[in-house]
Ligand binder design. Structure first.
Ligand code: 6DF
Length: 474
């Protein structure tokens, strides 16, 4: 064990010097983590918390994966730092692994550009789409999450992620960042069938025509903005922070629309990429014929051991970029230690077929969640795949009445004690399990893609215990 840490001093400095996220100074709950292991966070007093958030759905092969640690240690023997103008073996090998070894059979990926975060990947993808098409607008969807930096936040429609600032207690006033960049983006309907924003119900809505109504409305909005203005539509394969599994028909219909209208399809795989839904990339779950023009990744590329992101583009865009002086630099992009972590992570994922592990774990875990849905009156919906699960919590299954009326149209504002996800989290922690939500009425559940059956059973037991309590409140 390393040198002794004075956690009392750490708590004092943490309180005095750090701006907190998603809570006020007074709401902040001191949660020191002394080390991590597999799917566990370990506190200074030895308390082991089983992490069924998987942090921000981003520790794909588990904490401190030995292969990732080995590659990082080796790289630290060789490098401090060189910037993107220089070539390292790690950068070239990771590019070859992603484009040839993982995506080769799908035949669309041609070149990659490294970034440092998912939001930066979305920024770069948006720039490339606008430069390549010469058009300014990018379509996004209600409840989509794409990051909190300038251009990315314009595409972001998860309330809590649009840089909103909200007061504590009954102060529901939500403040946007003055001058926040909302330009060059427009919002299309979301495929959230459980609470359809167009007033339809699935699957009955499929009889409305050849397209789902949300896809038809999206197409009409794109046409109304003008095909001479719209560069692309950006979609997550499933909504990560917004916690929504779309119907199977949705993404293929969006893809068909982009091919027919001649706009680019940016698929944001920052969260769903690298096995989360039981496929290498989330969009592949909806059809192996779906070929993105641009794909963004981060999180799972290194399983978050070291920050790293990337943008992968198709042949046409790669050829275009090859003719351009790409005057875009980001100091740490292609960082040798980060790319070493990525190489170790991806080699481990390939050697162990981690997406298949996620698929199998999801089949087991999803069946257990369905049992809880049948047992508990406050579980309105279970949807998901791999190690990404959405559980809608309701006061009434028949009416789908939510606990928090505004549902996804509010973000960490007002009296949070009424949020059922917060209630579930506090009860699960009694069982040593971290499990909760990012939007008020919906649990976002997932672990590492390598999670053990025993840990899945432990999480299900804790959730069952927490739902028993929630059931008593309605
Ligand atoms: N694109 C997608 N997810 C993302 C994210 C980004 C881009 C956030 C942090 C999240 C995830 C789960 C619950 C709550 O943070 P970043 O700049 O590395 O990536 C932005 C599809 O999910 C980040 C929030």
């Amino acid at each position: 064990m390393g040198k002794a840490i004075d956690w009392n001093k750490i708590e004092e400095w943490n309180d005095k010097y750090l701006i907190k996220c998603f809570c006020t100074k007074d709401e902040y709950q001191w949660t020191p983590i002394e080390r991590t292991e597999g799917d566990y966070l370990i506190m200074p007093d030895g308390t082991r918390l089983l992490d069924f958030f998987n942090q921000l759905y981003c520790v794909n092969v588990g904490q401190k994966n030995p292969k990732v640690v080995e590659y990082v240690k080796e790289a630290l023997e060789r490098y401090g730092f060189v910037w993107d103008i220089y070539t390292t073996d790690y950068k070239a090998k990771v590019a070859k692994i992603i484009i040839e070894d993982i995506l080769g059979e799908y035949g669309w990926a041609a070149k990659i550009r490294y970034t440092n975060t998912g939001g930066e990947s979305v920024e770069v993808a948006s720039m490339i789409a606008r430069l390549y098409t010469g058009k300014p607008l990018i379509a996004t969807r209600e409840h989509a999450y794409h990051g909190v930096t300038g251009g990315a936040v314009a595409l972001n429609r998860v309330y809590a992620g649009r840089s909103h600032l909200s007061g504590a207690g009954p102060d529901k006033f939500v403040r946007q960042v003055p001058g926040q960049n909302s330009g060059n983006a427009f919002v299309c309907p979301t495929p959230f069938c459980y609470r359809c924003s167009l007033g339809h119900s699935y699957p009955e809505c499929k009889s409305c025509g050849s397209q789902l109504p949300c896809v038809l409305a999206t197409e009409r909005m794109i046409l109304n903005h003008g095909l001479d203005q719209v560069a692309a539509i950006i979609t997550e394969p499933a909504f990560g922070a917004g916690t929504i599994m779309p119907p199977d028909e949705y993404l293929p219909q969006i893809y068909e629309m982009t091919r027919r209208l001649g706009i680019l399809w940016i698929v944001d795989e920052v969260l769903m990429g690298f096995g989360r839904l039981g496929e290498w990339f989330g969009h592949q779950k909806y059809g192996k014929h779906l070929k993105p023009d641009i794909m963004t990744v981060a999180k799972g590329i290194t399983s978050s051991q070291i920050p790293c992101g990337a943008v992968i583009v198709n042949k046409e865009i790669a050829d275009f970029m090859d003719t351009m002086r790409w005057n875009h630099v980001s100091t740490f992009s292609g960082h040798p230690i980060a790319l070493a972590a990525a190489q170790g992570n991806l080699e481990y994922m390939i050697e162990n077929n981690v997406p298949e592990m996620a698929k199998k774990a999801g089949e087991y875990f999803g069946a257990k969640l369905k049992e809880l849905e049948a047992k508990h009156k406050t579980v309105g919906l279970v949807a998901g795949a791999g190690m990404f699960w959405q559980v809608e919590l309701v006061k009434n299954k028949e009416t789908k009445e939510p606990f928090v009326k505004d549902d996804r149209y509010t973000g960490f504002a007002g009296d949070l004690s009424a949020n059922p996800t917060g209630i579930i989290l506090s009860k699960c922690i009694e069982k040593g399990v971290l499990l909760g939500g990012f939007v008020p009425n919906t649990l976002r559940i997932g672990a590492s893609l390598t999670v053990s059956k025993a840990d899945m059973d432990k999480a299900i037991d804790a959730l069952d215990y927490a739902l028993d309590y929630l059931d008593t409140l309605v």
